[in-house]
Design a protein around this ligand. Structure first.
Ligand code: NAD
Ligand code: UDX
Length: 497
C-alpha cells in the first residue's frame, strides 16, 4: 500500500484532529490531510496564530511542528478520498434522539480520516448502522461517497466508537458499489485517548488495537496500519485481533472505566452516611494490585461525550441480543451516575436551609473534566439545571469554556426557558473571585487546579455568611477552608460542616 510514502487523516474533531496531527508528527514521510465539512473548523485549524478549535495541552506544539510540512487541513473531501490509500473513518456517534432505539442506540455521523500518498481526509456524515433501526441513507451517504469517488483500492479504518458489527454494514455497502475492480478492506482501530491528555495518550498509548477479518487480505491490511503506528509505538503494544472483538473491546473498555467511577460514587454515599472517608477507602482498595489505584476518584458524576453514550450503546446491543440481565447490569452504571448528580444538588439545597431560591450560588468549572474546554454531558450542566429549577441565581466561572457554549448548553438543558429568561438567573464571570462575590455558596464542579490555588481567604471575606463550599471533586483542602471560616461539604466525607 505504500504506507511509508504518505498518509492523511480526516475529521477535525476531538479525535480526528489530535490523532492525525500526531501521526503527521511521528511519520514525516507520510503526508496527512485532515478534511472536515466545517469550513469554520478548518479555518481555525489553519489560523496563522494557531488558535485551533479545540483546547488540548501540547496540541498546538504538535500542529506547529507538522502543519505545512506534512500536515494539511482542508475541506476538499473528494480529492482526498481519491488520493487516499488508507481512509480513517471517525464516526460521530451520539445517542439516537428519536425513532426505534431512541435514548440508547448509536446515531452514527461519520467523519472519515484518510491517509495517503498526498493525502487526505474526508469527513463525511454517515449516520449509520444497525441499519434495521436507523435510516440507512446516512451510512449510504458517506460510504457510497467513498465508493463513488474511489478510483483505486482503499483500506477503510473505523476510528470512532461504533456498535459491534458496524464494519459489516460498511463492507456490504462498499462492495456492492465498488467499481473498476476497486477493493475495500475494512479495519477497526478504536481510539482510547482521553481529553485533556490526548497528546500524551497518543504519543505513549497503553496499546493500539487493530481488528481485521482473519483473511489474507484482512491481515495484510492490518499489517499496513500496524506499520504506520510502528513509527512510534513498540510492536508489542500493537494488538491485532478480529474485527468484532476490536469493536466490542472499545465499548467494553469505556463501560468498565465508567463502572469503576459509579462503584466508587456508590461507596461515596455510604461514606457520607457513616463518617468514612472515600479517599481513604479508594486508597486502601486501590492498593490491591488486582484492583489498582486509577479511576477511583469519587466525583459529582462522570461526564464527557463517550461514557454514557457507549454504555447505552452496550445496553441497546444487549437488549437487541435478548440479554436483558446483561443490559440491566450496564444500565445501572448510568443510573448510579444520574443518582450521584441528583444527590449532590440535593445536598446543596438541604444544607442551605432547604431553599436556594434567590440565593447566589457560584459554580466553579463547567467543563466535564479539567484541562479541556469540552462540555459534553458535563455534570455541571445537570447541577446548574437543578439550581435554576430551584430559582437560584447562578454565577459560573470556567477558565476554558467559551461563553457561547455555556449559553447553548443551558438552553438545551432548559428548553422551556428562553435565553433571556436563563440570563436573568445566570451570570458568566471572568474569574473565580468574581463568581464567588456576594455568593452564599461555592460549588466546585470541575477539578481545575487553579481552584485549589485561589485566595480562599479573600473569597471568604467577599461572601455572604455563613459561607458554604461544596466540593464535588475532592479538590480542596477542607480543613484549611474550615479554618478560614467556611462551612464545607465534600463528596464522600461524612464529617459535619
Ligand atoms: P467531534 O464532534 O469532536 O468531531 C467530529 C467532527 O466531525 C467535527 O469536526 C465535525 O465538523 C465533523 N463532521 C460531522 N459531520 C460531518 C460530516 N458529515 N462530514 C464531515 N465532517 C463532519 O467528535 P469526537 O469527539 O472527535 O468523536 C468522534 C468519534 O470518536 C466518536 O465515535 C467518539 O465516540 C469517538 N471517540 C471520542 C473520544 C473523545 O475523547 N472525544 C475518544 C475516543 C473515541
Ligand atoms: C474516556 C476514556 O477515558 C477514554 O479512554 C476514551 O477514549 C474516551 O472516553 P474522556 O471522557 O475524555 O475519556 O475522559 P476521562 O478521563 O475518562 O473522564 C471521564 C469522566 O469521568 C470525567 O467527567 C471525569 O471527571 C470523570 N472521572 C474520571 C471521575 O469522576 N473519576 C475518576 O476517577 C476518573
Amino acid at each position: 500500500q505504500g504506507m511509508a510514502a504518505g498518509g492523511g487523516a480526516v475529521g477535525a474533531g476531538y479525535v480526528g484532529g489530535p490523532t492525525c496531527a500526531v501521526i503527521a508528527l511521528k511519520c514525516p514521510q507520510i503526508e496527512v490531510n485532515i478534511v472536515d465539512l466545517s469550513q469554520t473548523r478548518i479555518d481555525a485549524w489553519n489560523s496563522e496564530d494557531f488558535s485551533i478549535p479545540i483546547y488540548e495541552p501540547g496540541l498546538v506544539d504538535v500542529v506547529r511542528q507538522a502543519r505545512g510540512r506534512n500536515l494539511f487541513f482542508t475541506t476538499e473531501v473528494d480529492r482526498c478520498i481519491k488520493e487516499a490509500d488508507l481512509i480513517f473513518v471517525s464516526v460521530n456517534t451520539p445517542t439516537k434522539k428519536s425513532g426505534v432505539g431512541a435514548g440508547f442506540a448509536a446515531d452514527l455521523k461519520c467523519v472519515i480520516i484518510i491517509l495517503f500518498p498526498y493525502v487526505l481526509l474526508v469527513c463525511a456524515l454517515i449516520h449509520v448502522f444497525l441499519s434495521q433501526f436507523i435510516s440507512p441513507s446516512y451510512i449510504e451517504l458517506a460510504t457510497r461517497r467513498i465508493a463513488a469517488v474511489a478510483t483505486s483500492s482503499k483500506i477503510v479504518v473505523e476510528k470512532s466508537t461504533v456498535p459491534c458489527r458496524t464494519a459489516e454494514s460498511m463492507r456490504t455497502i462498499l462492495e456492492a458499489n465498488s467499481k473498476n475492480g476497486c477493493r475495500f478492506d475494512i479495519l477497526s482501530n478504536p481510539e482510547f485517548l482521553a481529553e485533556g491528555t490526548a497528546v500524551n495518550d497518543l504519543l505513549y498509548p497503553d496499546r493500539v488495537l487493530i481488528g481485521s477479518l482473519q483473511t489474507p487480505e484482512g491481515l495484510a491490511a492490518s499489517e499496513s496500519l500496524s506499520d504506520v503506528y510502528a513509527n512510534w509505538v513498540p510492536k508489542e503494544q500493537i494488538l491485532t485481533v478480529g474485527l468484532w472483538s476490536s469493536e466490542l473491546s472499545k465499548l467494553a473498555a469505556n463501560a468498565m472505566l465508567a463502572q469503576r467511577i459509579s462503584s466508587i460514587n456508590a461507596l461515596s454515599a455510604i461514606c457520607e452516611a457513616t463518617g468514612a472517608n472515600i479517599d481513604e477507602v479508594a486508597h486502601a482498595v486501590g492498593f490491591d494490585s488486582r484492583i489498582g489505584p486509577k479511576f477511583l476518584k469519587a466525583s459529582v458524576g462522570f461526564g464527557g461525550s463517550c461514557f454514557q453514550k457507549d454504555i447505552l450503546n452496550l445496553v441497546y446491543l444487549s437488549e437487541s441480543l435478548h440479554l436483558p440481565e446483561v443490559a440491566a447490569y450496564w444500565r445501572q452504571v448510568v443510573e448510579l451516575n444520574e443518582y450521584q448528580k441528583r444527590r449532590f444538588s440535593k445536598t446543596v439545597v438541604d444544607t442551605l436551609f432547604n431553599t436556594i431560591t434567590g440565593k447566589r450560588i457560584a459554580v466553579l468549572g463547567f467543563a466535564f473534566k479539567a484541562d479541556t474546554g469540552d462540555t459534553r454531558e458535563s455534570a455541571a450542566i445537570t447541577l446548574i439545571r437543578d439550581f435554576l429549577s430551584e430559582r437560584a441565581q447562578v454565577r459560573i466561572y470556567d477558565p476554558k469554556v467559551e461563553h457561547s457554549q455555556i449559553w447553548q448548553d443551558l438552553q438545551e438543558a432548559e428548553p422551556h426557558l428562553s435565553l433571556a429568561e436563563i440570563q436573568k438567573q445566570v451570570t458568566i464571570c471572568p474569574s473565580a473571585f468574581d463568581a464567588c462575590s456576594d455568593a452564599e455558596a461555592v460549588v466546585v464542579a470541575t477539578e481545575w487546579k487553579e481552584f485549589r490555588d485561589i485566595d480562599w481567604k479573600a473569597i471568604y471575606d467577599n461572601m455572604e455568611k455563613p459561607a458554604f463550599v461544596f466540593d464535588g471533586r475532592l479538590l480542596l483542602d477542607a480543613d484549611k477552608l474550615r479554618q478560614i471560616g467556611f462551612r464545607v461539604k465534600v463528596i464522600g466525607r461524612g464529617e459535619g460542616l
